[in-house]
Ligand binder design. Structure first.
Ligand code: SF4
Length: 360
């Protein structure tokens, strides 16, 4: 509730039904409103032409709809498009549209900044500024769908932008339920991938969710010592516990957990690392996504030579691990993994703050 009006951007359909019912309005109108907001991208009630004028006025007086506003938009020569969103409190976040992957994919943020402290990620250097609300997470998707005219087509959503989705668990899962609403964008779990560094208790909680997205776990190292060095917050947990939680994660027939592995020259790209990774993942329904680092100012690591990347991938493949090397998209507009930059915002030092989308 802001200025006495309820913000429907934060409401699931059943909550919206309750909200309109409290106004003495029939509950079924909530579905019409949801359709206008998510399927047509409206931000105001006055355009909802299947509602009477009197009802639109009543809704406008009692309810509001907060929507992230596009502050900048940049397109790469490969079609990747980066959106800078301004939130109601003037904080900024970034989302990326990646076309033809082979589907259309939206990469969205779940936090402003991030508390996880990955050493190769500039967002990690910002620390956590604040969590996004469910409405702000879902809002990125509804604006992208509208701007790219994809509301009536299928698209994927990856939670790999700024932030660690499991560190903002409630809002992230609520946003997914809002996006899954049939009278809205009707997103199915198969089309959503949640990318996490793997906070074990939250991972176990996620495993019990009825609406279960695909899972991508950012591993980035094959020993506890190396992982603790690369990901500050992983110091409280052991790789063995993380892999055990992944082993008991429910997977549908033929599904696999994706393990993301950023390759850093001379740090985690050795033959020994590759062999250890094979051992670690043995028996797991896994695929490994190798991501040669996208170098950026402020990141104290280098991209390994292609020869090392190939060697690493070959060792995994010969150990019967499904492996792919991620092709970088949008590097010319700094929209590739590890290159998102967000400038400005009240608590960010000008020209320096950066949001890096390696993996949420
Ligand atoms: S890589 Fe992801 S989890 Fe790690 S600091 Fe960056 S945004 Fe956070």
């Amino acid at each position: 509730m802001v200025s006495g009006r309820t913000d429907i951007a934060e409401l699931e359909l059943t909550e919206l039904e309750d909200a309109v019912s409290e106004l003495g309005v029939e509950r079924f109108h909530a579905r019409q409103i949801y359709r206008w907001v998510y399927r047509r991208g409206l931000e105001r009630f006055d355009g909802m032409t299947d509602l009477s004028v009197a009802l639109r006025r009543q809704l406008e007086a009692a309810l509001m709809l907060t929507t992230p506003q596009i502050a900048a938009r940049d397109q790469s020569s490969d079609g990747t498009e980066k959106f800078l969103f301004r939130l109601a409190d003037q904080r900024t976040i970034e989302s990326v549209f990646i076309p033809d992957t082979p589907a259309q994919t939206f990469c969205v943020s779940t936090q402003v900044g991030c508390a996880m402290g990955c050493g190769f990620c500039l967002t990690g250097q910002m620390g956590l500024v604040r969590n996004l609300t469910a409405g702000e997470i879902a809002g990125q998707v509804r604006v992208l769908a509208r701007e790219l005219e994809l509301q009536d087509r299928r698209f994927n959503v990856v939670l790999m932008g700024m932030g660690e989705p499991l560190h903002n668990y409630g809002a992230t899962m609520k946003a997914l339920r809002m996006l899954a609403t049939p009278s809205g964008l009707a997103l199915t779990p198969r089309r959503v991938t949640l990318s996490t560094i793997g906070m074990v208790p939250a991972l176990k909680r996620l495993a019990r969710e009825p609406w279960l997205p695909n899972l991508a776990v950012s591993l980035h190292a094959t020993t506890d010592a190396a992982r603790h060095e690369l990901i500050q917050t992983s110091r409280k947990q052991r790789l063995a516990d993380l892999v055990a939680a992944c082993r008991s994660f429910p997977l549908k027939h033929r599904d696999r957990i994706t393990f993301e592995y950023v390759l850093l020259d001379g740090v985690n790209d050795t033959e020994a690392d590759a062999h250890r990774l094979v051992t670690l993942l043995r028996g797991l329904r896994a695929k490994v996504n190798l991501i040669p680092l996208n170098e950026a100012p402020g990141i104290p690591f280098s991209r390994p030579p292609d020869l090392h990347v190939d060697r690493f991938a070959r060792i995994l493949a010969s150990g019967k691990v499904i492996v792919s090397v991620r092709k970088s998209r949008g590097r010319d507009i700094r929209a590739a993994c590890g290159q998102l930059i967000v400038e400005g915002g009240p608590r960010q030092s000008p020209g320096q703050q950066a949001a890096q989308m390696v993996n949420g």
